[in-house]
Each structure stands twice: as structure tokens, then as C-alpha cells.
Ligand binder design. Structure first.
Ligand SMILES: [Zn+2]
Length: 206
């Protein structure tokens, strides 16, 4: 078991980045996740020092460990609170830059729409974790449709999960390659759960 982290979040962040002029890139020397986002680990001490939810809009459950994007933390430290529902989006061209003055706040849906419009959203093979190529995907679709191959068989052959095959053959993923329409899920299940979790209002008679 690693030794517990003793220094608070801000100290640990500044250990991996130099604060320079606002116009300069501040290059992160710490950890990047699989999507290339600079991340910093949350330690127990941070829950005593900061209100992680209020200041950084963290979604980590109270008192638990996890990771936060460094851009979020630096925005919260230097520029003000990061709302829960907003992303901190980089506006400069340096992939390792965490300077909050080179970032802006944006709603998740707006940001995704902008990325799609600029064709910058990573999809298919561009995605760093993609296990399949476009020709794999077309071959899978063909085997499934024309040859009647089972999803189980295809998953085995391509070394991916059955859900990956399902998502391809039902247009949930790779639909920019397969041109399939997405499945139209209705949200009844989610709505029902929301209804159940709402406590009933109890009225007493005088
Ligand atoms: Zn920058």
C-alpha cells in the first residue's frame, strides 16, 4: 500500500507545473490519462483542505479517492469556482498546457457539438483506445448481416467484447463508417427510476 499523501492538492499540482506569465503555456509534467488529459490524484487530505465539489465541480463521491483534470483544479485555484456541469476546455494549441488562462468554460453538450462541427471529435480509429480498424468494422458488419455470424463468434474472432459487436451492428458506435442509424432507446427505465427515488410527499391532517 502506498504511503498516504501528506501535502495538499495545490502543493502537489504546483510540483508538476511552473506558473509563468498568463500568456505563456504552462506545461504539465505529471500524469496524463489515456485520452491525453492532465490529471491529478485526489488524496484524503484534500477533502479536509478544499470543498472539491464547490470549488472544482468534482464528481468524486465525498471523502473518496479519484482523479481530477489539472485544468479544473488550476481554474478553481486561480480563476474561481468551476460549475458542476461545465467542462474546462483548452483553447490553445499546446496539448500539455494547463494554464487556466488558455482555457474556457463550456457546457459538455456545446463542446461536443463544436468538436463535431470542426470534425475534431475523436471517433473510430482516431480514438486512442480503438481496438478495431474501419475495415474490421465493415467486415464485422458484413459477417453479421450476410453470413449470419453470431455476435459471440465475432467477439471471439476480433478479441473484443460482445457489447462492442452489438454496438457496431446496431449503429451505436462507428456509425460514421457503417452509416447505420442509431438505436432509438426510450428513456422509460431512467424515468421510472427517477420517479421511484423521489420521496413521496406525506400529508397529515390537522
Ligand atoms: Zn497554452
Amino acid at each position: 500500500m502506498p504511503a498516504p499523501l501528506r501535502s495538499p492538492l495545490d502543493v502537489r499540482v504546483w510540483r508538476h507545473v511552473n506558473r509563468r506569465a498568463n500568456s505563456d503555456h504552462w506545461l504539465w509534467r505529471g500524469h496524463f490519462n489515456n485520452w491525453g488529459v492532465a490529471m491529478v490524484g485526489i488524496a484524503r487530505i484534500d477533502w479536509e483542505t478544499f470543498n472539491l465539489r464547490q470549488q472544482f465541480g468534482s464528481r468524486i463521491a465525498e471523502g473518496r479517492l479519484g482523479k481530477l483534470p489539472v485544468a479544473r483544479v488550476l481554474w478553481g485555484l486561480l480563476r474561481g469556482r468551476v460549475p458542476f456541469n461545465q467542462l474546462v476546455v483548452r483553447t490553445c494549441t499546446s496539448a500539455r498546457c494547463v494554464n487556466p488562462h488558455h482555457h474556457r468554460l463550456g457546457l459538455r453538450q456545446n463542446v461536443q457539438n463544436e468538436l463535431i462541427k470542426r470534425d475534431r471529435k475523436k471517433r473510430g480509429e482516431q480514438h486512442p483506445r480503438a481496438a478495431l480498424t474501419e475495415s474490421d468494422v465493415l467486415a464485422i458488419l458484413h459477417s453479421y448481416r450476410a453470413d449470419g455470424a453470431s455476435q459471440y463468434r465475432l467477439a471471439k474472432d476480433y478479441g473484443v467484447a460482445i457489447s462492442t459487436i452489438f454496438n457496431i451492428t446496431h449503429g451505436e458506435t462507428w456509425n460514421h463508417v457503417t452509416k447505420l442509424p442509431r438505436l432509438n432507446y426510450n428513456n422509460n427505465y431512467v424515468k421510472q427510476r427517477a420517479r421511484v427515488s423521489k420521496p413521496p410527499t406525506v400529508r397529515f391532517r390537522d
